[in-house]
Design a protein around this ligand. Sequence first.
Ligand code: HEM
Ligand code: MG
Length: 335
Amino acid sequence: GGQPIPKPIKDTSLKLVNDKKHPWKPLRAGDQRGPCPGLNALASHGWLPRSGVATPGEIVTAVQNGYNMEWTRAVLVTYAAFLVNGNPLTNLLSIGESRGMSWLTGHAPPPPALASGLNTHGTFEGDASLTRSDAFLGDNHSFNETLFQQLIDISNKVGGGKYNVSAAAEMRFQRVQDSIARNPNFNFANPRFNTAFIEAVFPIVFFIDGRLQEAGETGLDLDVMRGFFQDHRMPKDFHRRGTPTGASDSELDFVMAAHDYVPGFNNGSVNSFVADPNFMGTQTETVCALYEKFVNSTVSLYPSPHGDLRKALNKNLDNFYVAVESRCDQIKPYH
Ligand code: HEM
Ligand code: MG
């Protein structure tokens, strides 16, 4: 139960990743894709299994290889998702799937466990996504052309025709305003309050060709963006960035500071947004609050695990903690 985390990759240079060994291929019947354009493209280029069903170790390695995502951040996001959406008994996660379809990753632990992939609303996947609808309003995982047109308009107005930090800031804000106005169940509390900003910056950090980044480019071409978001496709000749990183603080700060944001939710009706008084839990640092939130979600999905299941959960919780060990106290719910 549970496997060790693969070591960081050694070669972190700028290099061609849409190469001969990793051609884009169209979906076959049954292949899973979901709300994350980063993972979708890795699967459609064979950096992840093309089925869209992978182990957490494969995901940690693939996001480093494909985009040069820094190892610690890769571990943080991957194990957060794996704990709430993966199957600890088979060590498999679907990057799509959804509630009620959990056979793809093998026999699932008993309810309230879900083990039902990244499409599952309300654990990791959340509201006010850039190019996907809120679950309450429609399809929470497929590319939405109306939203992408809105992103194009904003990028033309404030990004000089590209998706840059200014466009990210405006799109993030409009998506939140739209959810407050139309989704009575809108949830913008931790962890979504954190992931929503990180994901708004990811396209700028990871989808701009590494050679362009080194030449000073700070905006993402909108056709390239559509390729990733709609077709799970890297542009021809795509080179990953030349340094390992995550969402940079300067870009995140810019997007967050551009408008007033409060973590919270609508109270069952539209335009009823209230702040979440328990945003930080018992923590003082944001990343530790996020860590605590995912540990608590894991406990509500697995209230009293035994045997192999307990062993696997403990291993995955330990793996998750590795990403924050220098900053947060470990929470050990099953010890
Ligand atoms: C969104 C998972 C890495 C780019 C998401 C969502 C999930 C997810 C569950 C849906 C959240 C939502 O919008 O409601 C993961 C996991 C990763 C990972 C488990 C493992 C490391 C990456 C990487 C990139 C990326 C490396 C970029 C190269 C994005 C973007 C979105 C997103 C841009 C927002 C899509 C939108 O709002 O329309 N991811 N992700 N992700 N992810 Fe990932
Ligand atoms: Mg979403």
